[in-house]
Ligand binder design. Structure first.
Ligand code: IPM
Ligand code: MG
Length: 360
């Protein structure tokens, strides 16, 4: 049965971005054909690549194409090549702009321990085996976007950098709902992370989460200060089911959670708007230090394709197949450098991508 056409916009980005995207696209093409998904790909620039091509990190053409797509697949942006460009032109600004313009407020970052990788984690296997955490990070508000912001000259002549940390009730409500809904289909435990012993913005955050809890009586809501959460994540990570937090805390805690699983090279993410449309990208960055060497781990991006199929393209079967194929190649002992341990077979980016396609 022919399915309705679905458009996916691919944004390779910078440094290892194009390398990992090439593998993810191979995998996407394979399931597209196997499951007759009717997916059509288009490409555009974001980040440093866009800056070099057209002089701005998030061109209007990219936004227009993104709005006309059912989902977006992104590699990674940034790198030292653009360290000296003006602040408003930085590649990261391109990423923040597309997230914000498309109102991708809900960032889902699952940290799942593949049993095959228990020895690649820096924590002892008994602390991380079976780990399955979902971090729900607010992505278009908080201190990342608060105004006023800038670097100014004070009356005494010295410079001062300043940002604004704020969250409105409606912003907290929408990310809170997404997190409670996510908890409902998982372990029904939600931990809201804040710094409400110090920051007013997060005092309101905690209040609103408590109010929302009344709508989800089955979910057990708890609260944790962010410093304690950072400690608990490395001390007893398996206590968590779903974590919900603001933009900056979520940025930091999701890197920590990633490493528990062995490598940030394994972590996919979904950034969703209120209609379930979204952008899918690995949690890791553009890794300029290994760009061009063909050694980057493409699995986080390949797993992001699986999330895209599940959340935005209504193709859960294809998503399951990709996740199974990734597990199979790990069973075969194939490892990129970031997840390599003694006795395994070290492979590069392309060979890893090919192995996933072959396992499908
Ligand atoms: C992430 C990244 C981005 C962020 C950077 C590249 C702007 O660290 O997606 O976690 O801080 O959100
Ligand atoms: Mg980050």
């Amino acid at each position: 049965m022919a399915s309705k056409m679905k458009k996916v916009l691919v944004l390779p980005g910078d440094n290892i971005g194009p390398e990992i995207i090439a593998e993810a696209v191979k995998v996407l093409n394979k399931v597209n054909q196997q499951f007759d998904l009717g997916i059509v790909l288009d490409y555009a620039h974001l980040g440093g690549a866009a800056l070099d091509a057209v002089g701005e990190p998030c061109p209007q053409e990219t936004l227009d194409k993104a709005r006309a797509s059912d989902a977006i697949l992104l590699g990674a942006v940034g790198g030292p090549q653009w360290d000296n460009v003006e602040r408003h032109l930085r590649p990261e600004k391109g990423l923040l702009t597309i997230r914000s313009k498309l109102e991708l407020f809900g960032n889902l970052r699952p940290a799942i321990m593949y049993p095959q990788l228990a020895h690649a984690s820096s924590l002892k296997p008994e602390f991380v085996s079976g780990l399955d955490i979902l971090i729900v990070r607010e992505l278009v508000g908080g201190i990342y976007f608060g105004e006023p912001r800038g670097i100014r000259i004070l009356e005494n002549g010295e410079r001062e950098g300043y940002n604004t940390y704020k969250y409105s009730e409606s912003e907290i409500l929408r990310i809170g709902r997404m997190a409670f809904e996510a908890a409902m289909v998982r372990g029904k435990r939600l931990c809201s992370v804040d710094k409400s012993n110090v920051l007013e913005a997060t005092m309101l955050w905690r209040e609103v989460m408590n109010e929302l809890a009344a709508d989800y009586p089955e979910v057990e809501l708890s609260h944790m200060y962010v410093d304690n959460a950072a400690m608990q994540l490395v001390m007893r990570p398996k206590q968590f089911d779903v974590i919900v937090t603001g933009n900056m805390f979520g940025d930091i805690l999701s890197d920590t959670a990633a490493m528990l699983t062995g490598s940030i090279g394994m972590l996919p993410s979904a950034s969703l708007d209120k209609k379930g449309g979204g952008m899918y990208e690995p949690c890791h960055g553009s890794a300029p230090d290994i760009a061009g060497q063909g050694v980057a781990n493409p699995l986080a991006t390949i797993l992001s394709v699986a999330m895209m199929l599940r959340y935005s393209l209504d193709a859960a079967d294809a998503a399951d197949a990709i996740e199974k194929a990734v597990s199979d190649v790990l069973d075969q002992g194939l490892r990129t450098g970031d997840i390599y341990t003694d006795g395994m077979t070290r492979v590069g980016t392309v060979a890893m991508g090919d192995a996933v396609v072959a396992a499908l």
